[in-house]
Ligand binder design. Structure first.
Ligand SMILES: Cc1cc2nc3c(=O)[nH]c(=O)nc-3n(C[C@H](O)[C@H](O)[C@H](O)COP(=O)(O)OP(=O)(O)OC[C@H]3O[C@@H](n4cnc5c(N)ncnc54)[C@H](O)[C@@H]3O)c2cc1C
Length: 381
């Protein structure tokens, strides 16, 4: 597959500077503190409101629904700046990245009218309900079931590892709406929007390595979901979910989760006039630049409505290994005293990176599963 090379226009570069100035202003004012992996673990609904006030949630969506019809590349620039600043954007992340595009593609007019404006205003957050205690990589084996009742569905089962479910209002949930058939596992799956405050929903935290609240178990005990909350076509959940994954796997968040540490590494090496160390760090920068071009090319193809499953799997598998490598190399170049409470930024970012890094190559599809997708794609060509 050929990916386009993206050159930023003058307007796009001006937009980047505007976003950067906004973030610097809030950093100085103490609205937030830079953190590694803040896109998934930095949930701050007040900060999401500030982003919304700038028109930066759902910025690519049609004006008709309250969006700004900006380009995917502009959204890419915005995301890069959030990641570089380590800004707390997790609260609205899934709604902006996945749920909005999902509803625009498969949702009913009623769902779009109801949800999109709220998401854009930073008032409605979503979680993603795919994984189950016995279904992770083998997602087609999900067992959470929805049984037809008058006016809707009764849901029973459990989801696990659900990021930010405790902060979210709704969850796009993959459920079985037809009996499980071992021979045709991908059939009979549907996507339901479940109100996380509905009777019968229980959300319990799974302790995270950093001690922060991040992901959860979510249990459903006879939860009623109205017919109007079925997304797209009944039984088409597998295909719809796959389309969603392309948005999930190829963005700069699969490269830049530990960027604040890389940046601080360079600051420390410069302070120490460590030329050999800077030479090693510059190799990381070169690698980051190549990955960024790959990821930008995928964003451009997505903008043009093209098929990106294989390059998106490549970006995620190589990009997340790169994110994991940064703390490994940084600790060899600068003496570190990692602690989440450390005064020195380098030590804080190092602690955050070490504790978050194991999840990079697991969440959103493990590396092994992604290698499988790439291998099958290569064989098919
Ligand atoms: C930080 C974090 C946040 C997450 N957030 C969410 C969320 O918001 N919503 C959600 O639904 N899920 C979430 N997850 C769950 C994540 O998607 C799953 O953990 C992941 O899909 C792997 O599933 P599993 O844990 O069941 O591992 P398993 O599927 O049991 O895999 C175990 C091991 O076997 C390997 N393996 C499995 N199948 C194959 C195969 N076919 N070929 C080769 N190797 C294979 C895997 O690579 C892995 O090393 C999150 C996970 C993390 C770490």
């Amino acid at each position: 597959m050929k990916l386009p090379v993206v050159q930023f226009t003058r307007e796009q570069q001006a937009f980047r500077l505007k976003v950067r100035a906004f973030l610097q202003q809030h950093l100085k004012a103490g609205t937030f503190q830079t953190k590694c992996d803040s896109w998934l673990s930095g949930s701050d609904s007040a900060f999401s409101k500030l982003i919304a006030a700038q028109g930066w949630i759902g910025m690519t969506w049609p004006k008709h629904y309250g969006g700004a019809e900006r380009s995917t590349i502009e959204r890419y620039i915005l995301t890069e700046e959030f990641l570089a600043a380590g800004a707390p954007v997790a609260a609205h992340w899934f709604a902006d990245r996945q749920t909005g595009p999902l509803l625009l593609r498969f949702g009913t007019e009623e769902q779009r009218q109801f949800f999109l404006a709220k998401i854009i205003q930073g008032e409605c957050f979503f979680a993603i309900g795919l994984s189950e205690p016995n279904s992770g990589s083998d997602l087609a084996s999900v067992r959470t079931k929805a049984e037809k009742v008058e006016g809707g569905w009764l849901v029973n089962g459990a989801k696990t590892w659900t990021s930010n479910a405790h902060d979210a209002h709704y969850m796009v949930t993959l459920v079985r709406t037809a009996p499980y058939d071992e021979q045709h596992k991908h059939k009979g799956l549907s996507q339901l929007i479940i109100d996380l405050h509905a009777p019968g929903v229980t959300i319990t935290p799974i302790p995270y390595l950093t001690g922060e609240r991040h992901f959860n178990d979510v249990f459903f005990d006879n939860v009623f979901v109205p017919d109007s909350m079925v997304v797209g076509t009944l039984g088409n959940g597998w295909a719809q979910g796959l389309a969603e994954l392309a948005f999930e796997r190829s963005g700069p968040e699969r490269i830049l989760s530990t960027f604040p540490l890389l940046n601080e590494l360079i600051v420390e090496l410069k302070k120490a006039h460590d030329i050999a160390g800077l030479a090693t760090a510059s190799k990381l920068l070169a690698e980051m630049w190549s990955l960024r071009n790959l990821s930008l090319g995928v964003a451009q193809v997505l903008e043009e409505g093209g098929e990106v499953a294989i390059p998106a799997a490549l970006v995620k598998s190589i990009g997340t290994k790169f994110e994991q490598k940064i703390p490994e190399i940084a600790r060899l170049l600068v003496r570190a005293y990692p602690s989440l409470q450390a005064e020195r930024a380098f030590d804080r970012y190092m602690a955050q990176s070490i504790l978050h890094a194991p999840g990079f190559t697991i969440r959103g599809g493990t590396s092994e599963v992604l290698y499988g997708i790439v291998a099958k794609g290569v064989v098919a060509q």
